[in-house]
Design a protein around this ligand. Sequence first.
Ligand SMILES: NC(=O)c1ccc[n+]([C@@H]2O[C@H](COP(=O)([O-])OP(=O)(O)OC[C@H]3O[C@@H](n4cnc5c(N)ncnc54)[C@H](OP(=O)(O)O)[C@@H]3O)[C@@H](O)[C@H]2O)c1
Length: 208
Amino acid sequence: MSSVSIIGAGNMAKAIGSLALKGGNTVEIIARNGDKAEALARALGNGATAGTWGASPAGDIVILAVLFAGAVPVVREYGEALAGKIVVDITNPFNADASGLAVPHDTSVAQLVADAAPTSTHVVKAFNTLFSHLVAAGAPVDVFMAGDDAQAKADLSAFITSLGLRPRDAGDLTMAHWLEGAGLLEMGLARGGLGFNLSLGVNIAGKE
Ligand SMILES: NC(=O)c1ccc[n+]([C@@H]2O[C@H](COP(=O)([O-])OP(=O)(O)OC[C@H]3O[C@@H](n4cnc5c(N)ncnc54)[C@H](OP(=O)(O)O)[C@@H]3O)[C@@H](O)[C@H]2O)c1
């Protein structure tokens, strides 16, 4: 069982929070608008709580479920309150028409978040290649992860498995740039005719 704080109270917070509770984890919802955090915690039920914006998150795993432009400012604002935590960046830094990335090509939002976080914070990119409605549906999809700390990825893998999803370690934090690109690839495939009920995954020869 993991203790998870989710910063943000939108579609992804709801989808991940709901699966997390079903998986037996504890969930705290934190939002800059406290009423929205309360409302989502109430809607999720099953012991979900609403945290106070700016207070130290209760969870060992903190999921950043805000729009990409807010990720670094939120991490800066939380500062030392994130020391020792696993911070999961799920953002997609798409430009206005989702035809390119809105961060420079030699970095990623996850890397910028890591640069802004305390040195003892372990930042992992994950979940950005999953559309929220598929997470909400609980389909057993692949969750790509990129991060530098093996123990943080092992802890996050255990959490992802508890959601009924498959953790897929893509490498160190430099791979976050390519996962953000994979978000764009997914948009291209969806718009190219496959529709939005798709997720990217790996097939391993000889295995299911
Ligand atoms: N939706 C998807 O299918 C999907 C899939 C993969 C990844 N993602 C990524 O997941 C993240 C969340 O997506 P979503 O669909 O859940 O978005 P959403 O429904 O629009 O919710 C966004 C949440 O972030 C909060 N927020 C935005 N900017 C903020 C800031 N500067 N400081 C603090 N809070 C801020 C919003 O608060 P307010 O209500 O106060 O504005 C809201 O609670 C995004 O980065 C997105 O790229 C989404």
